[in-house]
Design a protein around this ligand. Structure first.
Ligand code: ZN
Length: 481
């Protein structure tokens, strides 16, 4: 892991500092509005707009930044821990959907406002929401997810986890009051800071997991204390429980109630921070229907985090944020199937525990810090959405004049990408069709009939070549020279 630093804005804005870090070859990972950043910096980097902060100052963004970095470093030093499936006996899994019937029409009308072209489709969903019970809606969703999913594909502010992502972190507790014993919904400053630290550490791990996606999380935190007293007669549904504290909290921030309020907040936090994406994390100690759930532009988590505890908020939140970007659950009791499709790219759920042929550990199945290939593609970690990273490249040209570029990625794999007939590029593919070839040096040639041929030295020092079978065509695969 390259060295990371906490930086403080010296002059200018947070956004300008983020731009300067990138321009000087660094990589921002997390930013804490209005003033602090955790970034990877090349040795000896001199910044004009920021300075390294070696000690936390009194501001909450500074405290959270320093504690987040310390949390991430100690976790990395401790190494991998045993993983626990989200549906292990005695614990509850964080959930994807808010199935409250009242949420259906609100969500559909909001989404159609954002994307008028989808109106017909959302009208259909709306009528399904009305027609079926919660249970039937689940199976309906699973049925349509085999073809095309709407709610599973993220929203206009959360489609691909690529680039800068702004997070409105809203921490909602109850006022302490004058009673010597604080109410059960009260959150101390230390608890609020601990939650913020856990959340940013969890998302910092996610940001580092795929360098090509260049994910930066910018946190815009709001602490709210409400006078609202929860009532024992509130029906135990997602929406009824949530609206008790969510709507007064949104009102304090100047936003309308319901899904319209947090959707607007997600758009604002995105736009105010120059981000591509935005969503809302509500942390609360008010009673909720389920300790952690996510859909559309927001996720909700109870501070106590049910059986997992506040010290595992990092994993629960990282899991839930993958849902925000369209990833599907993989633990058995979620009812996942390998043919359902998730994310804006409609990627199959091939690592679903109950049917995977080659199951690997994944954050969508367990509280582990690893992400399987299916989840990666569901959240948009796929070329050409992501940048390509390479260390050597050479361009060739096809018989019909289209350019084809070959390069060694930072993982030593030999990749190529080529122009399509209209001039745009297809994106990154390893030079196939066989399994990815690792190489330390390569050269591109062209045969008399226009077929490209690539020569390379493998990591095993053996000389290989691979050639197009016909001009502008497919490749034969790796052969020893
Ligand atoms: Zn889940």
């Amino acid at each position: 892991m390259p060295p990371r630093f906490v930086l403080r804005v010296k002059s200018g804005s947070l956004q300008e500092l983020l731009a300067e870090i990138r321009a000087k070859g660094g990589r921002p990972i997390q930013a804490f509005a209005p003033s602090h950043v955790i970034a990877v910096l090349p040795a000896g980097t001199q910044l004009d707009l920021g300075e390294i902060s070696s000690q936390p100052d009194a501001t909450s963004s500074s405290v959270t930044a320093h504690r987040t970095l310390a949390t991430m470093e100690s976790r990395e030093a401790a190494g991998p821990e045993p993983t626990l499936s989200w549906d292990m006996p005695g614990k509850k899994p964080p959930m994807f959907h808010n199935d409250s019937p009242s949420a259906c029409p609100a969500q559909a009308s909001r989404s159609t406002a954002i994307r008028p072209a989808y109106k017909q489709l959302f009208d259909k969903i709306k009528s399904y929401c009305k027609k079926f019970s919660d249970k039937t809606k689940w199976s309906y969703k699973q049925k349509v997810s085999g073809r095309r999913t709407f709610r599973d594909g993220g929203t206009a502010t959360g489609r691909y986890m690529v680039g800068r992502v702004a997070v409105a972190l809203v921490i909602v507790g109850r006022q302490r009051g004058t009673d010597p014993n604080p109410p059960a919904e009260f959150l101390t400053t230390a608890e609020r800071d601990a939650a913020a630290t856990q959340i940013s550490a969890g998302l910092g791990w996610l940001a580092l997991e795929e360098p090509r996606a260049r994910v930066e999380f910018v946190f815009d935190r709001t602490d709210i204390e409400l006078a609202v007293v929860p009532s024992a007669t509130t029906p135990d549904t997602f929406e009824d429980r949530e609206s008790v504290w969510r709507d007064p909290a949104l009102a304090k921030m100047g936003y309308p109630a319901n899904a319209a309020g947090y959707a607007r907040l997600a758009h604002d936090v995105r736009d105010n921070n120059g981000a591509r994406w935005g969503f809302v994390i509500f942390v609360t100690r008010y009673p909720v229907h389920h300790f952690a759930y996510a859909n559309a532009e927001r996720l909700v988590v109870h501070y106590d985090n049910d059986g997992w505890g506040p010290s595992e908020l990092d994993r629960v939140i990282a899991h839930q944020v993958c849902h925000i970007f369209g990833a599907l659950d993989e633990y058995t009791s979620s009812g996942c199937t390998c043919t359902q499709r998730g994310g804006a790219l409609h990627i199959e759920n091939g690592n679903c525990r109950s049917c995977a042929t080659d199951f690997v550990q994944c954050l969508m199945e367990a509280n582990t810090f690893s992400v399987c290939d299916f989840t990666r593609r569901q959240i948009g970690w796929r070329s050409p959405l992501m940048a390509s990273l390479g260390k050597a490249l050479e361009a060739g040209s096809n018989a019909d004049g289209r350019i084809e570029v070959f390069y060694i990625g930072i993982d030593d794999v030999l990749y190529h990408t080529w122009q399509l007939p209209r001039g745009n590029w297809i994106g990154e593919y390893h030079l196939g069709p066989s399994s990815p070839a690792k190489t330390k040096q390569f050269a591109v040639g062209r045969n008399e009939d226009g077929r490209i041929e690539v020569f390379y030295i493998g990591l095993d020092d053996v000389l290989y070549h691979n050639w197009q079978l016909v001009p502008n065509g497919k490749w034969i695969g790796e052969n020893m020279l």
